[in-house]
Design a protein around this ligand. Structure first.
Ligand code: ZN
Length: 382
């Protein structure tokens, strides 16, 4: 906590610092991308809930009793990251949302199929990488067209094998057929691999033919997804839920907990604990779903290395609709540990509090520590 005067001074100096940070992070991303040959921007503007992760455990749509996401976390029954064998990422979004080219490229596939990925666009980015955008409702490009990063290539929809409007985003290290469903042999994960054991993707489709995924996001500070992120879902191994909560499928990872807020009982809470974050400066976010999140006082407690070990940030959940909301920047040990109490101290219990995914975004050690005071949690940060 700092005095208002100091905070004002930080804000005055903030602009130049933010520019520096963006430049440094951009450079970092550029250097990483140079080594890997590609860097991707998110295929949309804004933020959307991520319904389904990439399955490193045989991304062939088969039911093999195991799904493993990029953090190394495995869930045998696939919940909440349904579904098994998924070879890309699904973001839930209303039909008609603009879909953007993730990188410069050439349109090598454009097909309005009723099967599989439905109406899709496939871009070739050189260096062996192709991206596939599936289930679209409109195709805004033609074959062999050159597109630049961020160009609108189509509109989202629910065509093909789909149960609701969403974008399926796939990236392949290798060619994808233009007019039929891919065999997924070349599918890779743009989030890379963060697990402590070897990437199971190397076993796909057969020993010796696979590869370890590299994180391919360009990772600007302003991007909703980044190679510096560690996401902890609310119903995975990394979280626990205590007391009575309701469950819903509206959250990130196709799952969230919620309940009516309470003003007296402290025995109902949610926790997240991830053991593999980068120690040091981390920006912490909570995902606030579009439904079941109407409280005006959701207080998140974050374990830090500062002299006040537990620091808190209180936000309104009500204004946000499927968004990652910053809870501020903190100095963290090599693990992230957070609490959210259902006790909101609100006078009435007519609002709902949601416990959904949280994430830690690490910053390189050389960033100015002044960033720590640039908290924008929106209500009252303590
Ligand atoms: Zn999908």
């Amino acid at each position: 906590m700092t005095s208002p005067i100091i905070r004002a001074r930080f804000k005055a100096a903030g602009f130049a610092i933010i520019i520096s940070v963006i430049l440094m992070l951009g450079l970092h991303g550029l250097l990483s991308a140079a080594a890997r040959g590609i860097q991707l921007r998110p295929p949309y503007d804004g933020t959307y809930r991520l319904n389904t992760f990439f399955d490193h455990h045989f991304p062939d749509y088969g039911n093999d009793n195991g799904m493993t996401i990029y953090t190394g976390e495995s869930v045998p029954d696939c919940s909440p990251y349904c579904y098994q064998g998924h070879s890309g990422y699904d973001w839930s979004m209303y039909t008609g949302t603009q879909i953007l080219a993730a990188a410069d490229g050439v349109v090598v596939g454009r097909a309005a199929l009723g099967t599989g990925y439905g109406w899709r666009v496939i871009l070739d980015h050189g260096n062996g990488y192709q991206t596939l955008y599936g289930h679209l409702s409109a195709l805004n490009v033609v074959l062999n067209q050159h597109v630049a990063t961020g160009d609108v290539i189509g509109l989202s929809g629910s065509t093909g094998r789909s149960t609701g409007p969403h974008l399926h985003f796939g990236i392949y290290y290798g060619p994808v057929p233009a007019n039929s469903e891919p065999d997924e042999d070349h599918a890779t994960d743009p989030f890379g691999w963060r697990g402590q054991h070897p990437d199971p993707l190397v076993n796909y489709p057969a020993q010796g033919q696979g590869h370890t995924a590299s994180c391919l996001w360009r990772s600007l500070d302003t991007d909703p997804i980044s190679c510096f992120d560690t996401i902890a879902e609310d119903a995975g191994r990394s979280s626990s839920i205590v007391g009575t909560w309701n469950e819903s499928t509206v959250g990130n990872g196709y799952h969230a907990y919620y309940r009516d807020n309470i003003s007296s009982n402290l025995d109902i809470w949610a926790t997240w604990l991830v053991t593999d974050i980068v120690p040091g400066t981390n920006k912490v976010y909570a995902f606030i779903p579009s439904q079941n999140a109407t409280t005006h006082r959701a207080t998140y407690w974050i374990y830090t290395t500062s002299s006040t070990r537990w620091q808190s940030c209180t936000i309104e959940q009500a204004p946000y609709n499927d968004e990652w909301v910053s809870l501020g920047t903190y100095q963290l040990p090599n693990y992230g540990y957070m609490f959210l109490y259902a006790n909101t101290q609100e006078v009435t219990n007519t609002t709902y509090i949601a416990a959904d995914a949280i994430k830690f975004r690490s910053y390189p050690q050389f960033l100015p520590l002044i960033l720590q005071d640039d908290i924008d949690c929106g209500f009252d940060c303590l």
